[in-house]
Design a protein. Sequence first.
Length: 183
Amino acid sequence: MSDLIVLLLLTALCSILVGCAATSPPPDNAGPIAEGSNRNFTYTLATSASAASVWALWTNVAEWPAWDQELKAATLEGVFREGAEGSLDPLAGPSARFVIEDVEPGEAYTLATRLPLGWLRVRRVLGRTDDGRVTFTHTVTFSGLGGRALARRLGPQFRKALPVAMEQLRALAEAQPEAPGRP
Protein backbone atom coordinates (compact mmCIF):
# COMPACT_ATOMS: atom_id res chain seq x y z
CA MET A 1 0.00 0.00 0.00
CA SER A 2 1.37 3.43 -0.85
CA ASP A 3 2.25 5.90 1.90
CA LEU A 4 -0.51 8.25 0.73
CA ILE A 5 -3.19 5.55 0.99
CA VAL A 6 -1.95 4.56 4.45
CA LEU A 7 -2.00 8.21 5.56
CA LEU A 8 -5.53 8.72 4.23
CA LEU A 9 -6.70 5.54 5.94
CA LEU A 10 -5.13 6.58 9.25
CA THR A 11 -6.58 10.07 9.00
CA ALA A 12 -10.10 8.74 8.44
CA LEU A 13 -9.73 6.18 11.23
CA CYS A 14 -8.35 8.63 13.75
CA SER A 15 -10.84 11.35 12.90
CA ILE A 16 -13.83 9.20 13.68
CA LEU A 17 -12.43 8.26 17.06
CA VAL A 18 -11.83 11.78 18.27
CA GLY A 19 -14.50 13.68 16.38
CA CYS A 20 -12.10 15.46 14.10
CA ALA A 21 -12.85 16.54 10.55
CA ALA A 22 -10.94 14.36 8.12
CA THR A 23 -11.51 16.85 5.34
CA SER A 24 -10.05 20.31 5.77
CA PRO A 25 -8.54 21.40 9.08
CA PRO A 26 -9.70 24.65 10.61
CA PRO A 27 -7.58 27.75 9.97
CA ASP A 28 -4.65 28.25 12.35
CA ASN A 29 -6.41 31.10 14.16
CA ALA A 30 -9.79 29.36 14.50
CA GLY A 31 -11.08 28.70 18.00
CA PRO A 32 -9.63 26.84 20.96
CA ILE A 33 -7.06 24.06 20.76
CA ALA A 34 -6.66 20.99 22.97
CA GLU A 35 -3.84 21.33 25.52
CA GLY A 36 -0.68 19.23 25.45
CA SER A 37 1.57 17.85 22.77
CA ASN A 38 0.50 16.47 19.42
CA ARG A 39 1.09 12.99 20.84
CA ASN A 40 -0.94 13.40 24.03
CA PHE A 41 -3.56 16.13 24.33
CA THR A 42 -6.57 16.92 26.48
CA TYR A 43 -9.61 19.15 26.34
CA THR A 44 -12.13 19.75 29.13
CA LEU A 45 -15.49 21.54 29.12
CA ALA A 46 -17.89 22.39 31.93
CA THR A 47 -21.60 21.92 31.32
CA SER A 48 -24.94 22.65 32.90
CA ALA A 49 -26.03 19.12 31.87
CA SER A 50 -25.99 16.29 34.37
CA ALA A 51 -23.16 13.78 34.45
CA ALA A 52 -25.76 11.15 33.55
CA SER A 53 -26.66 13.04 30.36
CA VAL A 54 -23.05 13.20 29.19
CA TRP A 55 -22.46 9.57 30.17
CA ALA A 56 -25.57 8.50 28.25
CA LEU A 57 -24.29 10.19 25.08
CA TRP A 58 -20.79 8.77 25.51
CA THR A 59 -21.97 5.20 26.02
CA ASN A 60 -24.71 5.12 23.37
CA VAL A 61 -22.35 4.16 20.55
CA ALA A 62 -25.11 4.00 17.91
CA GLU A 63 -25.77 7.72 18.55
CA TRP A 64 -22.15 8.89 18.26
CA PRO A 65 -22.88 10.25 14.76
CA ALA A 66 -25.24 12.78 16.41
CA TRP A 67 -22.23 14.60 17.89
CA ASP A 68 -19.48 13.37 15.56
CA GLN A 69 -20.26 14.80 12.15
CA GLU A 70 -17.68 12.54 10.46
CA LEU A 71 -19.55 9.31 11.26
CA LYS A 72 -22.18 7.61 9.14
CA ALA A 73 -22.68 4.88 11.71
CA ALA A 74 -21.23 3.38 14.87
CA THR A 75 -22.00 -0.01 16.35
CA LEU A 76 -21.15 -1.89 19.51
CA GLU A 77 -21.30 -5.66 19.78
CA GLY A 78 -23.20 -6.31 22.99
CA VAL A 79 -23.34 -4.05 26.01
CA PHE A 80 -21.02 -1.16 26.81
CA ARG A 81 -18.40 -2.80 29.05
CA GLU A 82 -14.71 -3.53 29.27
CA GLY A 83 -13.64 -5.74 26.37
CA ALA A 84 -16.62 -4.85 24.17
CA GLU A 85 -15.75 -4.29 20.53
CA GLY A 86 -17.34 -2.13 17.94
CA SER A 87 -17.08 -0.65 14.50
CA LEU A 88 -17.14 2.88 13.16
CA ASP A 89 -18.18 3.82 9.63
CA PRO A 90 -16.86 7.25 8.66
CA LEU A 91 -18.34 9.43 5.94
CA ALA A 92 -15.13 8.87 3.98
CA GLY A 93 -12.78 5.92 4.26
CA PRO A 94 -13.04 2.34 5.46
CA SER A 95 -14.64 1.05 8.64
CA ALA A 96 -12.54 0.94 11.79
CA ARG A 97 -12.64 -1.47 14.73
CA PHE A 98 -12.27 -0.38 18.34
CA VAL A 99 -12.26 -2.00 21.77
CA ILE A 100 -13.40 -0.60 25.11
CA GLU A 101 -10.28 -1.12 27.23
CA ASP A 102 -11.66 -0.07 30.60
CA VAL A 103 -14.85 1.30 32.11
CA GLU A 104 -15.51 3.00 35.43
CA PRO A 105 -19.34 3.16 35.20
CA GLY A 106 -20.68 6.70 35.28
CA GLU A 107 -17.16 8.14 35.54
CA ALA A 108 -14.70 7.22 32.77
CA TYR A 109 -13.74 4.86 29.98
CA THR A 110 -11.00 4.29 27.42
CA LEU A 111 -11.39 3.09 23.86
CA ALA A 112 -8.52 2.01 21.63
CA THR A 113 -7.89 1.37 17.97
CA ARG A 114 -4.87 -0.48 16.62
CA LEU A 115 -2.98 1.51 14.01
CA PRO A 116 0.01 0.47 11.95
CA LEU A 117 2.88 0.28 14.46
CA GLY A 118 0.86 1.85 17.23
CA TRP A 119 -2.36 2.68 19.01
CA LEU A 120 -4.79 5.55 19.21
CA ARG A 121 -6.45 5.77 22.62
CA VAL A 122 -9.26 8.07 23.68
CA ARG A 123 -9.90 8.47 27.42
CA ARG A 124 -13.16 10.15 28.48
CA VAL A 125 -13.59 11.26 32.10
CA LEU A 126 -16.40 13.00 34.00
CA GLY A 127 -15.59 15.36 36.87
CA ARG A 128 -16.83 18.40 38.75
CA THR A 129 -15.72 22.00 39.14
CA ASP A 130 -15.22 23.57 42.57
CA ASP A 131 -18.72 25.04 42.30
CA GLY A 132 -20.26 21.62 41.51
CA ARG A 133 -20.72 21.89 37.74
CA VAL A 134 -20.12 18.78 35.65
CA THR A 135 -16.97 18.63 33.53
CA PHE A 136 -16.09 16.20 30.80
CA THR A 137 -12.61 15.57 29.46
CA HIS A 138 -11.30 13.83 26.36
CA THR A 139 -7.64 12.82 26.32
CA VAL A 140 -6.18 11.52 23.06
CA THR A 141 -2.90 9.60 22.92
CA PHE A 142 -0.89 8.16 20.05
CA SER A 143 1.42 5.40 21.30
CA GLY A 144 3.66 2.62 20.07
CA LEU A 145 6.44 2.64 17.49
CA GLY A 146 4.36 4.70 15.06
CA GLY A 147 2.99 7.06 17.71
CA ARG A 148 5.46 9.86 17.10
CA ALA A 149 4.92 9.85 13.32
CA LEU A 150 1.13 9.67 13.69
CA ALA A 151 1.19 12.53 16.18
CA ARG A 152 3.36 14.67 13.92
CA ARG A 153 1.02 14.19 10.95
CA LEU A 154 -2.38 14.11 12.66
CA GLY A 155 -1.97 15.74 16.05
CA PRO A 156 -2.14 19.43 15.04
CA GLN A 157 -5.42 18.96 13.14
CA PHE A 158 -6.96 16.84 15.90
CA ARG A 159 -5.98 19.30 18.64
CA LYS A 160 -7.89 22.02 16.76
CA ALA A 161 -10.91 19.86 15.92
CA LEU A 162 -11.47 18.10 19.27
CA PRO A 163 -13.00 21.19 20.95
CA VAL A 164 -15.57 21.43 18.13
CA ALA A 165 -16.78 17.85 18.67
CA MET A 166 -16.93 18.41 22.42
CA GLU A 167 -18.99 21.59 21.98
CA GLN A 168 -21.46 19.56 19.89
CA LEU A 169 -21.59 16.91 22.62
CA ARG A 170 -22.18 19.58 25.29
CA ALA A 171 -25.01 21.13 23.27
CA LEU A 172 -26.74 17.75 22.95
CA ALA A 173 -26.27 16.94 26.65
CA GLU A 174 -27.66 20.32 27.70
CA ALA A 175 -30.67 19.89 25.40
CA GLN A 176 -31.68 16.56 26.96
CA PRO A 177 -34.60 16.70 29.39
CA GLU A 178 -33.51 15.78 32.89
CA ALA A 179 -35.33 13.02 34.70
CA PRO A 180 -36.39 13.79 38.27
CA GLY A 181 -33.73 12.81 40.80
CA ARG A 182 -31.02 12.49 38.16
CA PRO A 183 -27.67 14.01 39.23
